[in-house]
Design a protein around this ligand. Structure first.
Ligand code: G6P
Ligand code: MN
Length: 445
């Protein structure tokens, strides 16, 4: 089995490779092809992988290439984890938005739109090439904004592209833990868009345990989302939102916290990772140790501004190992070996949420088997969630349309319609600001 990783010089690739190393079953991945535009990053990551594989005779063989078509030919699975514009681009997304007094997070609000506008044309090009060169391959999309990018690719690959994210799994795992349930025996009733979903119930032995959680302030104070949103708001909602909804429900506070931060998240990661890749140029550097130290620091500071704004304290140790690679591996195993399982994934809606059309990519529990991911039937969204989901999907559609037509007017419309952008004038200023700093947006005219 051959896996191609696009964005193969990316910092999280060793997580995926580590998960592959732990997989001994028949039909596992035996060959990994790393593709990246930057040969220096590829060799840095290849060094980490080599140290991970040291002493393991069955470790998947790793090759690297900067030729995209060569990377795609013969692939059984393609993981797409690219970052168009790099972390410098992410920092610019934040800066331009904050200068206008709005949020510049990489997936939410103005920042997510800017990142989407840059990424969609590249993702579409990849999807077209996969359709031509590896039509039997399954594409697993990690590239953010994951829901939007998956939808763009699905127009060319249909249900052969599946988007993944670890935040719903993490949320489900935390809720199960505080309720004393085993995550494997709990059914998590979660639905929405990527980074915009809600846990509305958690059933164990056919009984919904979520009301017990919502009624207990001590339990609510004992996990990340409980502390971020606070017991009162969670009770009002009757659900537990994905952590990314903190940017919506506490927008003023999160924008202020980002404005006050010494460095925004993107700028912090840009500098932190530049240090890592620089260190990897030294022939005597201990690659795996340096990578792991950098990873631990990244995870400990994840959403730090949000936790500060909410007075939520430090992250818990259990939450520090993301689980992103576990979702990816579980999905690949289910498809490759017909090992049926249930995972929360980004797939086309079909008729799952009646407020959206069949082609809209949503995030929903899916049954996965050799035929791909099949969304399960879920209860309709409550009114408050319908409002946000429809508004944000409408924005995503404008982004897709601007990426296709190159229309600057449509790009302005995308920003202006977003619930976290508070004026059409601001939307104009954002498009001006983003096109001035991002060469990848030169296509907007
Ligand atoms: C979560 C999100 C991902 C995101 C990751 C890293 O896992 O679900 O979409 O890429 O965090 O965030 P960071 O701020 O460390 O880049
Ligand atoms: Mn995510």
């Amino acid at each position: 089995m051959r896996l191609t990783i696009l964005g193969g010089g990316g910092f999280r690739v060793p997580l995926v490779y580590g998960a592959l190393l732990g997989d001994r079953a028949e039909g596992r991945v035996t060959r990994v092809v790393l593709h990246d535009l930057d040969a220096g990053r590829l060799s840095a990551v290849a060094r980490v992988l080599a140290e991970q594989a040291a002493g393991d005779p069955d470790a998947p063989e790793v090759t690297v290439t900067t030729d995209l078509d060569e990377a795609l030919r013969g692939a059984d699975f393609v993981f797409s984890a690219i970052r168009v514009g790099g972390l410098e681009g992410r920092a610019a997304d934040e800066r331009v938005a904050l200068a206008q007094g709005v949020l510049g997070q990489e997936t939410v609000g103005a920042g997510g739109i800017a990142y989407g506008l840059r990424t969609v044309p590249v993702a579409v090009d990849i999807a077209r090439r996969v359709a031509r060169l590896a039509p039997e391959a399954w594409v697993i999309n990690f590239t953010n904004p994951a829901g939007l990018v998956t939808e763009a690719m699905s127009r060319h690959l249909g249900d052969r592209v599946i988007g993944i994210c670890d935040s719903p799994v993490g949320l489900g795992r935390r809720i199960a833990r505080v309720l004393g349930a085993h995550p494997g025996e709990a059914w998590i009733d979660y639905v929405g868009l990527n980074h915009l979903g809600w846990v509305r119930g958690l059933r164990v032995a056919g009984r919904d345990e979520l009301p017990r959680l919502l009624a207990d302030p001590d339990l609510l104070g004992s996990f990340e989302e409980g502390r971020l949103f606070g017991p009162q708001w969670l009770r009002s909602l009757g659900a537990v939102p994905n952590e990314y909804l903190h940017y919506y429900y506490f927008n003023r506070e999160t924008v202020r916290a980002y404005q006050r931060a010494e460095k925004t998240r993107g700028a912090f990661l840009r500098d932190q990772q530049a240090g890592f890749y620089e260190e990897m140029r030294r022939p005597d550097a201990a690659a795996l140790t340096a990578w792991d130290r950098t990873r631990a620091e990244r995870e400990a500071t994840y959403m730090a501004e949000n936790r500060d704004a909410a007075g939520a304290g430090e992250r818990e140790d259990d939450d520090l190992s993301g689980g992103y690679e576990k979702v990816a591996l579980a999905l690949m195993r289910a498809i490759a070996r017909d090992e049926r399982t249930t995972l929360i994934l980004n797939v086309r809606n079909r008729g799952t949420l009646s407020v959206l059309d069949a082609e809209a990519v949503i995030e929903v529990p899916c049954l996965v088997d050799a035929n791909g991911a099949h969304p399960v039937t879920v209860d309709p969204l409550p009114g408050h969630a319908t409002g946000l989901v429809c508004a944000v999907k409408a924005v995503e559609r404008e982004v897709l349309s601007a990426a296709e037509s190159g229309s600057r007017t449509t790009a302005v419309k995308a920003f202006a319609l977003h619930p976290l952008v508070d004026s059409v004038n601001v939307a104009h200023a954002l498009v001006d600001g983003y096109t001035a700093v991002h060469p990848g947006l030169a296509y907007l005219t």
